[in-house]
Design a protein. Structure first.
Length: 419
């Protein structure tokens, strides 16, 4: 009887534990546009753009380009040198770190020059894939990531399910239906994946174990922590049982940005859309102490995806759309952001106040009063300037704003210079 009661107790306890695991559903970013034809067109446009960029490097301004040349470079993101890249060459959440190791419980054998290794699931490239290597659908197989303690915190997990390089490859191979997520060996959540060629964005409570009182460099020496994704169920492929995942990557609390189309004031007082900026462009910056404007050269840019932006409307009828933690300069010389706690925690700004309706912002040549602040949850690409060769300010839609340097990254760079 005692043994029976013990058995019943253990089974009940396991069921209760299972019930405690949260179930997450994604926001969907459609990837149905990806194709071999699209890759060929991208490469053709990129080749044309390279000759236009060369002209601009030799002194031709964007405003002096022909309409056809402007259209060509406007249709190509110069931070994207590969059609299949997820992240551009600029800085993003990964500026602050990311997983250091990727391992898999099994891997399908290579076929000629094509491999299916664990590293493919986090190479930030849609074309390369991880495929489990056991008989059947691979239920129980897993991918595990090792994160340094110094890695930035995670608030979003993005899963690109199946072989998304083409509709045919996606349908022929099996896809994941449910992933079980473990944090440091403990069950954390079940990720319910839809059967779509898409990037599936899962919002999570902040994940990360960096004690912000520990020096950034010292934290890098601490033991890694692990995040594991186990296959629970699959959508069967039409031709192969092998289950495929193109990518599992992350976003978090370490980048603030602007929407596409935001106009940046250049050093010569002309304006360019933020998405066409390139390394080496000179923008107009501002020194708070001298209250003088000056030219500053772009050293780093970024192009991450966000789905939690705000639009700030101004009394002159203009507006600006950015992430909630982006700092903007008030006429009194103080930094403001919609989420000042987040801004101060993650970036180089030590004093940030709450951005509110009625606040007056510092413009290029005038003061601008905020009349409304609205939120926008649509998933979209965003852009920002991470670092300049001097100063940390630039003008976006005529408003003075701050650059993107990470607090931890700056501490690490300082250590590297002085050691």
């Amino acid at each position: 009887m005692n043994k029976l009661l013990t058995y019943i107790f253990l089974i009940t306890a396991q069921l209760l534990i299972a019930q405690d695991i949260k179930t997450l559903t994604p926001n969907i970013e459609d990837l149905g546009h990806l194709s071999v034809t699209g890759e060929k067109e991208f490469n053709r446009n990129l080749k044309v753009c390279e000759s236009i960029w060369e002209k601009m490097e030799n002194g031709v301004d964007y405003t002096d380009l022909t309409a056809a040349e402007k259209k060509t470079i406007d249709n190509v993101d110069e931070t994207m040198m590969n059609y299949w890249d997820i992240e551009g060459q600029g800085c993003s959440w990964y500026c602050g770190g990311g997983p250091a190791t990727k391992t898999a419980s099994s891997t399908l054998e290579s076929q000629g020059a094509i491999d299916y290794k664990a590293d493919n699931v986090h190479d930030l490239n849609y074309k390369n894939v991880w495929v489990e290597g056991v008989a059947g659908y691979g239920v129980g197989e897993y991918i595990a990531y090792g994160f340094p303690q110094s890695s930035p915190r995670i608030t979003e997990i993005i899963v690109v399910n199946g072989h998304v390089k083409s509709e045919k490859a996606w349908r022929n191979n099996s896809r994941v239906k449910k992933l079980k997520l473990y944090i440091k060996g403990e069950p954390y959540a079940i990720l319910n994946l839809t059967d779509q060629r898409a990037a599936q964005h899962f919002k999570v409570d902040t994940i990360g174990f960096l004690d912000r009182d520990i020096d950034y460099v010292a934290a890098k020496k601490l033991p890694q922590w692990e995040m594991k994704f186990e296959i629970l169920e699959v959508y069967p492929g039409e031709k192969y049982e092998d289950t495929v995942i193109s990518e599992i990557y992350f976003d978090g609390i370490d980048v603030h940005c602007f929407a596409k189309g935001t106009l940046i004031t250049m050093a010569d007082n002309t304006q360019k859309p933020i998405e066409v900026l390139v390394f080496g462009d000179e923008v107009l910056s501002y020194d708070q102490q001298s209250q003088q404007q000056f030219a500053a050269t772009i050293k780093e840019i970024a192009n991450p995806v966000h789905d939690n932006l705000i639009t700030i409307s101004l009394e002159d009828g203009t507006s600006i759309t950015c992430t909630k933690d982006h700092p903007l300069m008030s006429v009194s010389g103080t930094w403001l952001s919609y989420d000042p706690k987040k801004t101060k925690a993650d970036y180089i700004y030590n004093s940030v106040n709450k951005l509110r309706v009625g606040a007056i912002l510092l413009g290029v040549n005038k003061e601008l009063k905020i009349t409304a602040i609205t939120t926008n949850d649509k998933i979209q690409s965003t852009y920002t300037i991470v670092a300049l060769d001097r100063g940390n300010t630039f003008y976006a839609n005529g408003i003075l704003v701050g650059t993107e340097e990470l607090r931890e990254q700056k501490a690490y760079e300082k250590h590297q210079i002085t050691k």
